[in-house]
Design a protein around this ligand. Sequence first.
Ligand code: FO1
Length: 321
Amino acid sequence: MKVTALAGGVGAGKFLRGLVRVVPPQDVTVVVNTGDDIVVHGLHVSPDLDSVTYWLAGVADRERGWGRAGESFRATEELRRLGVEGSWFGLGDLDLATHVLRTRLLLEGATLTESTAEVARGFAIASRILPMTDDPVTTRIEVVADPDGPLDLHFQEYWVERGARDQVKRVHFEGVEAARTPGDVLDAITQAQVVIICPSNPVVSIDPILAMAGVRDALRRVRDLVVSISPIVGGKPLRGMADKLLPVIGVDVSAVGVAGHYADFLGAFVVDEVDRALAPAIGDILGGPRVAVTDTIMVDDAASERLARIALEAGLSGSPA
Ligand code: FO1
């Protein structure tokens, strides 16, 4: 069974660990957001590609969510001591090797897709990890920063450097109009038996992928096979800043809000037990009863596996008999 997942960072990484316990890893393709990418100390850092890679490889730091387990930050500490610009972004010593390899391959002329495959090979990952584009797309967060007036921040400046403290006016994806969607990304969506929208931040993880040319249309074409897991549980994101960003795009911070946001291409939806009462409203949005209710909190790989099974069943229930 070919399965394609649209993914951001931590929530996606945890989910994918379960998915590859249910589906053979080589049958899984992951299309990953690159809007968070940033150049730090001349290195091309792709946080969501890194997260997906590390979680699939079993080397992610479960507590911190991002980066590698058993990590040290000596190089970053030294860069901070030296007062180097950009050292507010914490690059781990092991993690640095990934960014050095990726950057080197890019400088030698490889595409981001090719360099991602090379990094994945280095971690013996059998699944296919596809960046949403090989072209530069950057998530920018326009904030109200009194008394300095409005500021247009890189997503990582908003989230990591300034700790998401600013009032957000607008989220936009710089470069998205000119960026090309690789054919492999569109084929992965239209040729899958199930397409899963991971429990990732809808605004800054999934929306950049949806904004890529042809992606939303491809999803609409296979709508019955598309299933999403709500990243909002009991009116709150499990981690991250979706509660601050969803209202900016006019979406309610709830499972119903997220289902409505994806309504034009969604066949099925998985919500947490605590949101059971919302299932009928979500069914109305989907125009059918394909709402699964389960424990969506992924405390370990076994919990991720259980959730993956339920998401797959929900997606497969839209297959022609
Ligand atoms: N998140 C932080 O909160 N602080 C950091 O210093 C930081 C560094 C970092 C380096 C590499 C990487 O792959 C991810 C990193 N993240 C860091 C996570 C990242 O900011 C976000 O969580 C993702 O972009 C959202 O998916």
